[in-house]
Design a protein around this ligand. Sequence first.
Ligand code: ADP
Ligand code: MG
Ligand code: ZN
Length: 608
Amino acid sequence: MKKLIRNFLLVFIVFLLVAGIFSSLSGGDTKVKTVGIEALINQINSDSVSKIVVSGDKINVTLKDNQEESVLKEPSESLSTLLSNFKVEPAKLAAIKISVQEVSGWDYWLANIIPIVLPFLLIGAFLFFMLRGVQGANSRAMSFGQSIDKDFKPDEKNRATFKDVAGAKEAKEELQEIVEFLKFPKKFHELGAKIPRGVLLLGAPGTGKTLLARSVAGEAQVPFFHMSGSEFVEMFVGVGASRVRSLFEKAKKNAPCILFIDEIDAVGRRRGSGLGGSHDEREQTLNQILVEMDGFEPTQNIIVIAATNRPDVLDPALLRPGRFDRRVMIDLPDLKDREAILAVHSQKKPLAKDTDLKIIAARTAGFSGADLANILNEAAILAARNNRKEIKNEDLFEAIEKVMIGPERKGRVITDKEKKITAYHEAGHALVAHFLPDADPVHKVSIIARGSAGGYTLKVPSEDRHLHAKSEFISEIAVLLAGHLVEKTVYGEVTTGATSDLRRATALARSLVTDYGMSDHLGPRTYGEREEMIFLGREIHEQRDYSEKVAERIDEEISSFIKQGEAKAAGIIEKEKRQLEKIVAVLLEKETIEKDEFEAIVGPKPLL
Ligand code: ADP
Ligand code: MG
Ligand code: ZN
């Protein structure tokens, strides 16, 4: 709409300009008096005319006293016939210089053509501008299906090798085999071995799936075709399938190569469980992928690598032998791998001598490779902001918290009362976490607002663990509820600050019952089928596979687990009241307590 108005204005201004030029050209005539033909005859007969110039249908007359005038005649009639018709004395006429001037093309145009043509030109221009806008959008839409062919070029940027991937030892070993296939296919063909067609990389977001796929191509030195699942599904029906076709075609021409489909869950979801229109499109795209993969000759050295963080939603047809039958799990990095990843990403960053990546790795349990890369980047930014040439330990620590919880918000104004409530709340979390042997040790307590939290207590597991017992979960619930509980015992009422704690505690308790089978009453089974459905853009996760009666008992069990946690926390808060007051006092004074200082206040953590 804006464009339309602009175009209109443009046309309007052009119109004004043309009109201006036009009127100034014709305006020259106004100085010359126009007289009738009879007046001219009289002037000739009375000898007062010195010169006559005929120009088209105009007769320009110069009088003896140098005055000028003009007379209009019919274009078809010549001057001589005209004058003879009016009976001018020939002798008088002979004394006058008469000449005929060509009408210049320019004059002719301006005078005759433009007034007729100009309106059409203006309307034409207006329509042209208007239509051009519409057509632009249209032609872009129409060329969708074809233009994608051009897009599929081997990805030459971001070349990577296994050296760029730290840790992930097992995954790299598995993928090394793929590299061999691509490098020496003959070796395998001669033995009659079939080269796998598809490899599925499974792992949490940021664990380096994309990076690994790239590095396989880099190691084998073959072209890398990259496409994201969501790119297949577009505005127009049928585009997905046609994109798949042209992608595979390109890959076949460039074999041996790697064809990487990122986020394949966007197209490869289990078929037939969805509602709504977008589903058909996805299904067609998925079918096309399956058809293309089945159509490979075993000697066509193309390996399709796909990545997803939602293996549970994938269509079983994708996982069948001959398709993505090789699966490579990529776990979140453990302590050693985290240190290695930090080392890889700090290669080009000047670290101060006192920095110890081991400590950073120890503090970042559960972080993905992408998180760790982000931490180093944030730390570098912090160092630069403080005009330092090196990254110090404190930058790294600050970066961890920033990535974990959000940026510090020192500027937030809080009243003394709010500050005190926050101090009690956080001290509660810290106290219970410290005195429960199976809870993670406290690394930091702070009442400086960060992200959306008013204060925070940082607990870090002392080791990477994969199995958790029920009692640990109850302790976790106890720690989560501790803030709320302290507020209640000290102030007699609670604030809104505990909302997210309560939500997390409830979610955890629900998992204990429905996912982990940890409820003695409901027995060792799961409740609720996790099925993906997309309805009106919302994912509906759970489908009930139990009765209304069981639902009530689940609710009861959730409440019971929460009560157990609450009792555990209350016991500690009651017993260690004096320690609580000590923590609060230090928090109010210093706002932040680090691990060593914390243990100096409350004593060493009791062991299991
Ligand atoms: P995913 O595809 O699994 O979501 P990416 O491959 O996009 O994750 O990883 C994002 C970034 O995280 C990478 O570009 C890299 O910088 C970093 N990263 C992740 N894992 C590793 C790793 N094992 N070694 C080095 N860097 C890693
Ligand atoms: Mg990725
Ligand atoms: Zn809290």
